[in-house]
Design a protein around this ligand. Structure first.
Ligand code: ZN
Length: 128
């Protein structure tokens, strides 16, 4: 990166675009790579989303519902609570279904067991 200053980097990118507009938008044979401007593309994507949003949102709701369960949390023993799918952020596999509080606790500790052990020790120290 030649510029640490974001404004200078943006100005450089704009100069590059102005100098290379033709190369970026045209094929070697001189025909346009696309007949749509970026604004037209964005508009078409918006319209496509509007046409399909009920299906897209239904799929998202179904996926969210598949990840939700009711029951007892195996970690804090809360009874009859909503359980969420807990997954490993490094490998992606499902570790189990736990309550939202426990899931957030793991997430806030960044799944770091050593941090959790230190938190337990800290909790013990502050009790008197
Ligand atoms: Zn829990």
């Amino acid at each position: 990166m030649p510029y640490k200053d974001p404004a200078a980097a943006k100005a450089q990118a704009q100069r590059y675009y102005q100098r290379n507009k033709e190369k970026l938008w045209k094929n070697p044979d001189g025909t346009w790579k696309t007949t749509r401007t970026p604004e037209q593309k964005r508009q078409q994507q918006r319209e496509s989303y509007e046409r399909n949003k009920e299906r897209i949102n239904a799929e998202r709701r179904a996926a969210a519902a598949a990840n939700r369960r009711e029951g007892d949390c195996p970690l804090c023993f809360a009874k009859g609570v909503r359980l969420v799918r807990d997954h490993c952020h490094r490998l992606g596999h499902t570790r189990g279904y736990i309550c939202n509080h426990c899931n957030l606790a793991l997430g806030h500790a960044r799944d770091n067991a050593a941090t959790l052990v230190r938190l337990i020790a800290y909790l013990g120290r502050s009790r008197s």
